[in-house]
Write a protein that binds this ligand. Structure first.
Ligand code: XCC
Ligand code: SF4
Length: 661
């Protein structure tokens, strides 16, 4: 049974570097990697094809050893597994397990941050950097704040956060942050998360052979687990990171492989948790290690990052970002990385073998994430600075082993502005003297802004790297949609110059441009790492609280998209967005198409319960138009006037993306 892989360009031989990535730095490195005969994700994808059609459609099951079972979508083979599970049941169980895995990843990250806050409260290398936010959260959670020192309060908040993971009954605390009507929807559907760990376990239990076999019931439980991520584990991760490492403020920085400095020792961090990368930041500034670097013949130490741990230290320190998910191998291929230091999530196991082709030390640090060909230096938050220094020292001492004749660093980098948060966006959008979301809401109500969209997510070698992110984002900007971004999309947009105020002049419609000019912000706002999508949930909730844009998140002229997603974490995010009432467009479908009934439920019927639903659209221009249609429909439902400068949107599109049609 030979299904075509979802992406139309697959299956017709090798793609050129230009077809593999829209980023000129990547194109240069892909050519270089080919010359050096390095095997990268794109090569492995091509070697993999054609990929298993049952897997793509979501209708294979190996939940017990009576199987593995697979359903024939054409109806002339088996229509049930050995236990009698139909395509609908199998696809629902599989997608629910993806949610559980994604939610567990984000939430375990949140748990580690909670642990670090507890360590900080006891003294040691971490300390509370944002005591105001700590106080606000303490009061929000009803913790007595008045007679406590910062560390005493930090301890109480960390303990309360920790209980959110273990809680068995009741509702997660942050559920209260959602608009009342949204909360009521959740209660009515029975999906208010009780405890973070509990919901993940619930999915694993109910999808075990012979438990929940009603696809709708499985999906509702999946939504509850996803909400435990967005309004639980992820939000705890974000809030406690801000308390520990400070809430981001706008700053300028650089991104792309050109930030790697061939004359310097290059330390690169990759993964997700700021607990490690924050300490590496401090270690790379250590005078002793800087002196040692000079002794070894380097001019200094350059720290840069990949994926979300890069976003964390970008947002708080302006540390340059070397690239997003598909840049991890390309960065090593420069031959100029003296140590690649990784913690958890999105780290390709291929890195170890690739590092062996160079002098690069590949250092794993998490008990939970060990890798082939890696040196393991365990980092659990205790004695943090010393261990970080040890890691940086390894990089410095490795510098003389570098073969400079093999170094190839593309001279490509772009400036960007990052550091937006739910706390500072109102100062960004004109509420400078009177902190409020009024200016943002008014801009939407008058139609100067058509609406807002969150474009987030990964890279995936099935898509031309970054093309989907950039194309969709530009299409939205041209139509006066303010874009919020995080994760690998944020890095893609930054590389394409979209995180600069000047991008408004080039790409934004007239209304959005006016706003960007007036307040000096970029048309695309970088809200941080993937757990920081929780910031966007808070922004949307604050917009409802401000008034004039409806009563629930589902009423807002807003939408979300993940044009190049690949991770189970993205599935969890998609489900908490939809569950929160947000229309969410995925580039590449969820693996549910083998169940037409489940597909219909997720893309249509689920809206009745939550106000949000999924759409699957590979073409980023078409996907942007789905979002624009949705925003216009929500505007109409709120009786708002049409967009001030631009009706209808089809009359005005983003330059190149029109030609591409
Ligand atoms: Fe990973 Fe957060 Fe996806 Fe990027 S966007 S590839 S999940 S790093 Ni989170
Ligand atoms: Fe097959 Fe059912 Fe076992 Fe899945 S749970 S492998 S469908 S018998």
């Amino acid at each position: 049974m030979g299904f075509a892989v979802t992406h139309s360009e697959r299956g017709d031989g090798m793609k050129s570097p230009q077809e593999r990535s829209a980023d000129p730095a990547a194109v240069e490195m892909l050519q270089h990697a080919a010359n050096e005969e390095l095997t990268l994700a794109w090569d492995r994808l091509e070697a993999m094809g054609p990929q298993c059609g049952f897997g793509i459609l979501g209708i294979c099951c190996r939940n017990c050893t009576m199987g593995p079972c697979r359903i024939d979508p054409f109806g002339d083979g088996p229509s049930e597994g050995v236990c009698g599970a139909t395509a609908d049941i199998i696809a629902a169980r599989n997608v629910a397990r993806m949610i559980a895995a994604g939610a567990s990843a984000h939430s375990d990250h949140g748990r580690d941050i909670t642990h670090a806050l507890l360590l900080a409260s006891e003294g040691g290398d971490y300390s509370v950097k944002d005591a105001d936010k700590l106080g606000r959260l303490g009061r929000e959670w009803g913790i007595e704040t008045d007679n406590k020192t910062v560390n005493e309060l930090a301890k109480a908040v960390a303990q309360a956060a920790s209980e959110q993971f273990a809680q068995q009954e009741g509702e997660l605390r942050f559920v209260q942050r959602a608009p009342k009507v949204t909360q009521e929807r959740w209660r009515k559907a029975g999906v208010v998360p009780r405890g973070i760990d509990r919901e993940v376990v619930d999915i694993l239990h109910r999808t075990c052979i012979g438990s929940d076999n009603d696809p709708k019931s499985i999906i509702l439980a999946g939504v509850r687990t996803a909400l435990a991520d967005g309004w639980g584990g992820s939000m705890i991760g974000t809030e406690l990171s801000d308390i520990l490492f400070r809430t981001p403020t706008w700053l300028r920085a650089e991104t792309n492989l050109g930030v790697i400095e061939p004359k310097n020792v290059n330390v690169m961090v990759h993964g997700h948790e700021p607990v490690l990368s924050e300490m590496i930041v401090a270690a790379t500034q250590d005078p002793e290690l800087l002196a040692l670097a000079r002794e070894k013949g380097a001019e200094g130490i350059t720290l840069s990052g990949i994926c979300c741990t890069a976003n964390e230290i970008l947002m708080r320190h302006g540390i340059p970002v070397a690239g997003n998910f598909l840049h991890q191998e390309l960065a090593l291929a420069t031959g100029a990385v003296d140590a690649m230091v990784v913690d958890i999530q999105c780290v390709m196991p291929a890195l170890g073998k690739l590092a062996q082709r160079f002098h690069t030390k590949f250092i794993s640090t998490s008990k939970k994430a060990k890798f082939p060909y890696a040196e393991h230096v365990e980092f659990d938050g205790t004695d943090a600075l010393n261990i970080a220094k040890k890691i940086v020292r390894t990089a410095v001492e490795n510098f003389p082993n570098r073969d400079q004749s093999r170094v190839k660093v593309p001279k490509v980098s772009s400036p960007l502005i990052a550091g937006f948060s739910a706390e500072n966006i109102f100062t960004a959008l004109g509420g400078r003297y009177r902190p409020s979301y009024r200016p943002l809401n008014d801009a939407i109500i008058t139609g100067r802004l058509r609406g807002v969209a969150a474009v987030v997510g990964c890279n995936n070698p099935k898509h031309q790297q970054d093309y989907g992110h950039i194309t969709m984002t530009r299409e939205l900007l041209a139509n006066d949609v303010l874009v919020a971004t995080t994760g690998c999309t944020a890095i893609a947009d930054a590389k394409a110059g979209l995180l600069c105020p000047e991008a408004a002049e080039q790409f934004a419609g007239e209304g959005l441009r006016e706003i960007c000019r007036a307040v000096g912000i970029p048309p695309v706002l970088h809200f941080g790492s993937c757990v920081d999508i929780s910031r966007i949930l808070i922004v949307l909730s604050n917009m409802i609280a401000e008034g004039g844009l409806g009563e629930s998140l589902a009423d807002l002229p807003a939408a979300a998209a993940a044009p190049e997603w690949m991770s189970e974490k993205a599935v969890a995010i998609g489900f908490y967005a939809v569950g929160s009432g947000v229309y969410t467009v995925l580039g590449g479908p969820l693996p549910v198409l083998g169940s037409p009934e489940l597909t219909k439920f997720l893309t249509e019927d689920i809206e009745e319960t939550f106000g949000g639903k999924f759409a699957f659209e590979d073409d980023p221009t078409k996907a942007a138009r789905l979002i624009l249609d949705h925003i216009d429909a929500k505007r109409a439902a709120l009786h708002l006037p049409p967009p001030m400068y631009d009706q209808p949107y089809a009359g005005k599109t983003a330059g190149e993306t029109v030609a591409a049609e």
